[in-house]
Each structure stands twice: as structure tokens, then as C-alpha cells.
Ligand binder design. Structure first.
Ligand code: ZN
Length: 187
């Protein structure tokens, strides 16, 4: 059961007049609650030949490794959100964030926007949402214990791009769709 956010009356799921999707609609005050995809902003933070990963201290995927990332907040830019998440989850400063990977995941209503950046002074710690944080070379990446498909792909892209280009400035943006079966579709 769901209740109206405006008046607290029991709300119902139906297609409002003139709409084409099912919404939560209040029969008392006519308020319509729209649910739209959420943006997850995060950072691939690089130091020398290593990347910064965090081991999750929260569900989902407790204990698995991820990039610092989380839901974008009202009032911030996407890049600022990526920098904030890096501070919160790894107590680290992500410098020069540049948009690197975008993933559409319509099945769960999420859009990942991940920024490539450099780790300030090579310093990091462990935020409250992480069990531990660490720098990994390509051969050290715990591929079997990566939390999310978007993170796994971003790491693959990075190590591949790094072989082909000398500078992050030469990397192109990767824009992909992630389906339920994790199929790959490039735009
Ligand atoms: Zn209402």
C-alpha cells in the first residue's frame, strides 16, 4: 500500500487521463507521483598505474568491490556528485573529473555517469560505507568480486584505453546500454 505524499490518503496505481504509464495517483487530492530514472554519479580515480576501489560495507553487494559512486543530489552537478562520493566513500580527492562512461540501465531505472579523474597526492582513507579502500594495478583487480556490471565495464574500458592512448584527454566517452542479461549495446 502507498499513501499520498501530499495529503496522506491511500493512493492507487492507475494511468492518469492523457498519460500512458501507470502512476501512483491520489483519489483525494489528485496528486500524481511521478517516478523517473535516477542518476548514479561516480569516479574512476587513477593514481600512477593503479585505480581506486572500495569494498562495500552496505547492501546491495555487501563485501564486493566498487568504484566510489552513489545517487546524485539535488543542487549539485554530476561531476561535483562524483567528487563528493569519492570523498564520502574513500576519503579521497578526485581531481580533474572528465566524463568517461555512461550506462543506461532501464530495467532498474538507473543511469550511471562515471568520471575519470586523478587521485590528489595519492591519499585516501576509508569512508563509513566502505569496509576498506585500496589501489589496484590491472593484474590485481578482483574481477570475480566486482559489485556491479557498470563498474566491471568501466574498469575494462580503462585498461583497454590506457594501452592505446598516452593521456586521459585522448580517451573517448563510452556510452552503453546494460540489459537484464548484461548484454552490450554501444551507441
Ligand atoms: Zn492526496
Amino acid at each position: 500500500m502507498s499513501y499520498c505524499l501530499k495529503c496522506g490518503h491511500l493512493a492507487e496505481r492507475k494511468i492518469p487521463e492523457g498519460d500512458h504509464n501507470v502512476r501512483l495517483v491520489c483519489p483525494n487530492c489528485d496528486y500524481i507521483h511521478y517516478e523517473n530514472p535516477k542518476i548514479i554519479c561516480g569516479a574512476l580515480v587513477v593514481h600512477e598505474d593503479k585505480v581506486l576501489l572500495c569494498r562495500r560495507a552496505i547492501e546491495p553487494r555487501y563485501g564486493y568491490w566498487t568504484l566510489p559512486a552513489g545517487f546524485m543530489e539535488i543542487g549539485e552537478t554530476i561531476a561535483a556528485g562524483a567528487v563528493r562520493e569519492t570523498i564520502e566513500e574513500a576519503a579521497a580527492n578526485a581531481l580533474d573529473p572528465q566524463l568517461y562512461c555512461i550506462y543506461d540501465i532501464p530495467a532498474i531505472g538507473q543511469i550511471y555517469m562515471l568520471y575519470l579523474s586523478r587521485l590528489k597526492e595519492g591519499k585516501f582513507g576509508t569512508g563509513p560505507e566502505s569496509l576498506e579502500c585500496a589501489l589496484f594495478t590491472e593484474s590485481e583487480i578482483p574481477w570475480e568480486d566486482i559489485a556491479f556490471e557498470a563498474v566491471r565495464r568501466t574498469l575494462k574500458h580503462y585498461f583497454s584505453d590506457r594501452q592505446q592512448h598516452d593521456s586521459h584527454d585522448q580517451f573517448k566517452i563510452h556510452q552503453e546500454y546494460i540489459g537484464k542479461d548484461k548484454s552490450i549495446e554501444r551507441y
